[in-house]
Design a protein around this ligand. Structure first.
Ligand SMILES: *Cc1c(COP(=O)(O)O)cnc(C)c1O
Length: 419
């Protein structure tokens, strides 16, 4: 080995993936068929989130066009629980996954069919389990305690609880933004405990329907998703052989990601579609009564939404330009980099009323909160902007308003519109 340093080849800085989902008209992004400035007038305030109906429809249709028809699509509504969004999604997908009694109420109010609602999450309270049984939704059981409680509730209500066993698999979803299976986890029960759980379900008179496996979230690598689906299927098949009743429901998880940060590319669906087609074919023979389900949150809604905030000040500090906006991490914790990111990176951002301006400059966009964490864009090249212009954060349809500390610092709440 020589000590001579090797000159690194100059490499272009990684760029954000293109964001073609919103057209630009007269320099303005078009969202829900309306130019941004007029949309802001219609909303009556900034900051706001806008979710585009036609993009939500296109997203579901696009997925259905490539996936085998027998695969059921569930919407994991924690990604965006706005009632109007859940109402729209309930009419587009095959089922809704809820993670609390609060979400269950929104899903039922939205008209989702209880037969196609499933309820997952660690630490379900007894009252939530009662509500779930009374609603006749499927409970993804995550502990022996839940199974025991459900047995008592079933007896009291004269209604056998519908259950699927959420299994913490013995593998991980590689390359996931958030791992939710494999190793020690608070989610589901370890594979090793499944026999005991099955016995509890039998003795409690619960209506066993199948298994739920969810390995992780925000994955952009098709091969990792395929591998997790294969392993989940194989595991479920192994577990099914020891089941007294046939498996009627097999939720293989999701984890489909969307590109947020420089260098990330959209997920390639083709290998996933092929993989699921193979599994669906096998299931027809090996698990003939089972519906195969995948559950997706951000993949359905993330790209269809924007966060819009107005510039209230333009400042320069020691050469660096700051655009100060009327909202920030209080409404959009994820874009500030404080929701599960290890190293802060910029979301794709633009000046939504000057989107095609050729004059650009490097600026930082910060919110109004008195903390350096309130950062929406760190030294990004954006169209030159001033007070009154509208900053748009793309990829904001998931884990936005509901995942942000709106009360923090006492600024007004944001508004959400479905357009
Ligand atoms: C959060 C969650 C989802 C949705 O994850 P996304 O990354 O938004 O697709 C799906 N299933 C379960 C069990 C979850 O906890």
């Amino acid at each position: 080995m020589s000590d001579t340093p090797v000159a690194a080849a100059p490499r272009a800085a990684p760029q954000h993936a293109p964001m073609p989902q919103f057209a630009v008209s007269d320099g303005q992004l078009v969202i829900g068929g309306e130019r941004l400035a007029l949309l802001a007038e219609r909303v009556g305030q900034t900051p706001f989130y806008a979710y585009d109906r036609s993009l939500l429809r296109q997203r579901v249709a696009g997925l259905r066009a490539v996936l085998p028809a027998s695969i059921k699509l569930h919407y994991a509504m924690k990604a965006n629980p706005m009632p109007a969004v859940v109402g729209l999604m309930a009419g587009l997908v095959d089922g809704i996954d809820v993670a609390s009694a609060g979400e269950l109420k929104v899903a039922l109010d939205a008209g989702a069919d209880p037969a196609e609602i499933s309820f997952a999450g660690p630490g379900k309270r007894e009252i939530e389990l009662r509500q779930a049984v009374a609603s006749r939704v499927l409970v993804n059981v995550e502990s022996l305690r839940e199974a025991t409680l459900l047995a008592g509730i079933s007896q009291q209500l004269g209604l056998p609880a519908r259950v699927a066993v959420r299994v913490n698999p013995d593998f991980e979803l590689k390359g996931s933004g958030m791992k939710m299976g494999g190793g020690p986890k608070q989610f589901g029960i370890d594979v090793e405990l499944v026999p005991e759980m099955m016995a509890r379900i039998q003795s409690g008179g619960l209506a066993f329907e199948g298994f739920h496996l969810f390995a992780g979230s925000q994955n952009l690598k098709a091969e990792s998703i395929c591998e997790a689906q294969q392993k989940s299927y194989a595991l479920a098949l192994r577990l099914a052989e020891a089941c007294p009743q046939p498996v009627r429901f097999l939720n293989l998880g999701g984890g489909f990601g969307i590109p947020y940060f420089p260098g990330e590319q959209r997920l390639d669906l083709a290998p996933i579609a092929d993989n699921l087609a193979g599994l669906a074919e096998r299931a027809r023979a090996e698990l003939p009564e089972a519906s195969l389900v995948i559950e997706l949150g951000r993949y359905f809604v993330g790209e269809a939404g924007v966060y819009v905030t107005r510039i209230v000040d333009r400042k320069r500090s020691r050469g660096q330009v700051y655009l100060v906006t009327d909202g920030g991490l209080n409404h959009h914790l994820s874009a500030s980099g404080n929701f599960g990111q290890v190293v802060r990176k910029n979301y794709p951002v633009t000046i939504g009323n000057k989107a095609d301006a050729s004059e650009r400059e490097v600026v930082s966009v910060v919110g109004p909160l008195c903390t350096p964490l309130d950062l929406l864009a760190d030294r990004m090249s954006l169209p030159v902007a001033d007070v009154g212009d509208l900053v748009v954060v793309y990829q904001s349809g998931a884990y936005g308003a509901s995942a942000s500390p709106q009360a923090f610092l006492g600024h007004p709440p944001c508004v959400e519109v479905l357009v």
